[in-house]
Structure formats: structure tokens, C-alpha cells
Design a protein around this ligand. Structure first.
Ligand SMILES: [Fe+2]
Length: 345
């Protein structure tokens, strides 16, 4: 019997210390649509997304990611998740916050401590008639043509001090571990997972956390249709004064054309297109090697990520940040993994 409890990454909450500027940028430059406002949060969605919201911008002191929402495969699945996690340290419980979706159960990953929520019932976007194209009923609304026109939420990438432990946890809920990058045999520094049996490569990615902090986030990714749309996005970011951090380029691990920028609140956003389609439910994670030109990172094996690309939010205290910089530079990596060896990595 197969059991896929989760069907898609439905939303991610982005914390912003400059919420007005972040929301304006998400709408005018990134091209998202505003659904509603509630308290300190603004709910947004890509123009082609049927769900109520895929990005929730919430005012906070520092950039970061709050709750990560997953729609289940069917009714009763949230209860199945709750039953599976009952009595564990990962269980948070049923919550009353149902904006955009129905009954909601929350849990945390065991090591990264990221906050997830699952639900089945969802509010579908109801566009006013003038925003719809009756000839294209698969679309909730017409193509907006605004900004880069980000179409769908794609994935979220998060640091964890125990990658193996968190992978095992996510697999308990039906995720497939699709690929990883090792710096040395057994020492993985990047992993991709997908909750969906028919998705391409990942809706969740993990990177190591060397700081000792938990609940941090590295980036949130949205998709556009074509690889050329990513190059067009780069032009639009340039024209709008949005700092481009990395790309455009093609990752080998998922074969997506990627581009990373920083939104006004300081958080890293990715826009991507393309990628290979992994339909294998019994897929075993492939392993890329970082040494000698990391094909996982750059399919052409000729591009390194820039300094600062390891930064994740909230930024750790300065001494922890120093430890992290040293680890990323390779000086402390073995020590770090040595510490991890006894903790189920
Ligand atoms: Fe990514």
C-alpha cells in the first residue's frame, strides 16, 4: 500500500522587518497578487495559483520564515498526520488559524525545528469576471504581465543541524529524498525532498546549519514557465534596483534555471524554470560530489556560489556567525560533522 499524505507545498510565511516595501516589491516586481490582509500579515499568490495564498508576508523584527503549509492528498490526512505524531516532541497540535484553508494541524521538524502545518480543505481563488479568461478555464485569472510574473510557489530551503535526522522525519510523512550533495563521502551539505509522487525534484531542500540556531531559512523559490523568463526576470530585477545574488545559471541536481535575489526585507528569493521530471516513486536519492566542480550546483561545473550565499535568517549571533563562516570555508566542516556523528546524522 502506498501512502502519500501530502500533495503540495501550499504556502510559506515570510517574515519581513520592512513589510510595506516587501509587499510592494512582491506585487510590482515579483508579480504576485494580493488576496487579503489580516493583522500584521498580507496574503499573496501567484497569478496562476488556485489556492488562496502561497506567500504570507508578516511583519517581524528580522527576516525569516514562519509557518510552512502543506495541503494533504485527501480528507482525513491531517488527522493521519496528527495520529502519527501524537505524543512526540514534534507535535504542536490543532490550531484555530484557518485563513485560506480548513482544519489545521501543526508540527515541527525534530532538528531544524521549522514549523509546518497541514490541512485538506482550501479556499480557492475566486477572480472577478473581468480578471478571468473564459476560454482558459484552467487558469484562475488572466496572465497579469506584471513584474516577472512569478507563477507558482516551488520550494523552500532550510538549514538544519541534523540533515539526516530531519530527512528521516520528513520521509515518515511520505516525502521522497531525491538527491544530495556531499563534500566528502557521507558528509552531505545539501538535500532535496519532495512530498509528491509525480513532482519533479523538490518542494523542500535542506542545507546544514553550523550556527547552533534553529528555525532558520535560506530561501523561498517560485517558478516561471520558461528558462527565458528567468533571464527576463534578471533584466526586470536590474531595472528595479533589486540586488542579484547568484545566477542565472542551471543547477545539475534538478536541472532548473535558477536566479537568486534579495527582497527589500533582506530575505533571499529564488525564481526558476525548467527542470527534469522525476516520476519514480521508488527513486533512491542520487549523490553529487562538491569536489572538482560541483555539477549539482552548476550543470556546467564552472560556477561557484558567491560569498554570503550560505547566509540564512534569522542571522545568528556574531560568534555563531563566525563559526558558521569558518565551517563554510571548509576549516571547521570536519569538526562540525564530527560533532554530528553521534547524533543520528
Ligand atoms: Fe532553491
Amino acid at each position: 500500500m502506498s501512502e502519500i499524505l501530502l500533495s503540495q507545498l501550499a504556502h510559506v510565511e515570510l517574515f519581513s522587518p520592512r513589510p510595506d516595501e516587501t509587499v510592494r516589491w512582491m506585487k510590482d516586481v515579483f508579480g504576485l497578487e494580493e488576496t487579503t490582509r489580516e493583522g500584521r500579515s498580507v496574503y499573496l499568490r501567484g497569478w496562476a495559483e488556485w489556492l488562496h495564498s502561497s506567500l504570507i508576508v508578516t511583519e517581524a523584527e528580522e527576516p525569516g520564515v514562519g509557518r510552512i503549509g502543506w495541503r494533504t492528498y485527501g480528507p482525513g490526512d491531517p488527522e493521519a498526520v496528527a495520529k502519527r505524531l501524537a505524543g512526540t516532541e514534534e507535535a504542536v497540535g490543532w490550531v484555530d488559524d484557518w485563513t485560506g484553508h480548513g482544519a489545521t494541524y501543526r508540527y515541527r521538524a525534530p532538528h531544524g525545528r521549522h514549523l509546518h502545518e497541514v490541512f485538506w480543505e482550501v479556499d480557492r481563488h475566486q477572480a472577478p469576471p473581468q480578471e478571468r479568461d473564459p476560454a482558459l478555464p484552467n487558469r484562475p485569472q488572466r496572465y497579469s504581465g506584471r513584474g516577472i510574473g512569478a507563477r507558482y510557489l516551488d520550494h523552500v530551503t532550510m538549514p538544519t543541524a541534523n540533515m539526516r535526522g530531519d530527512i528521516d522525519f520528513y520521509k515518515q510523512l511520505g516525502a521522497r529524498h531525491t538527491a544530495q550533495t556531499e563534500v566528502e563521502p557521507g558528509f552531505a551539505v545539501f538535500s532535496t525532498l519532495t512530498c509528491n509522487g509525480i513532482r519533479s525534484t523538490h518542494d523542500l531542500a535542506l542545507v546544514p546549519d553550523f550556527s547552533g540556531a534553529t528555525g532558520r531559512a535560506h530561501h523561498i523559490a517560485f517558478r516561471v514557465d520558461q528558462r527565458q523568463d528567468v533571464e527576463r526576470a534578471a533584466e526586470i530585477f536590474l531595472a528595479n534596483g533589486t540586488p542579484i545574488e547568484f545566477g542565472p545559471g542551471i543547477h545539475g541536481i534538478d536541472e532548473i534555471t535558477y536566479l537568486y535575489v534579495r527582497e527589500p526585507g533582506g530575505f533571499r528569493m529564488e525564481i526558476n524554470a525548467g527542470g527534469w521530471v522525476n516520476t519514480m516513486p521508488d527513486w533512491e536519492a542520487t549523490t553529487y560530489q562538491a569536489a572538482g566542480g560541483n555539477a549539482g550546483q552548476s550543470i556546467y561545473r564552472n560556477v561557484e556560489a558567491p560569498d554570503g550565499f550560505f547566509e540564512a535568517w534569522p542571522l545568528p549571533a556574531e560568534d555563531a556567525a563566525e563559526k558558521e563562516r569558518a565551517a563554510v570555508a571548509g576549516e571547521g566542516l570536519r569538526d562540525f560533522f564530527g560533532e554530528q556523528a553521534g547524533s543520528g546524522r
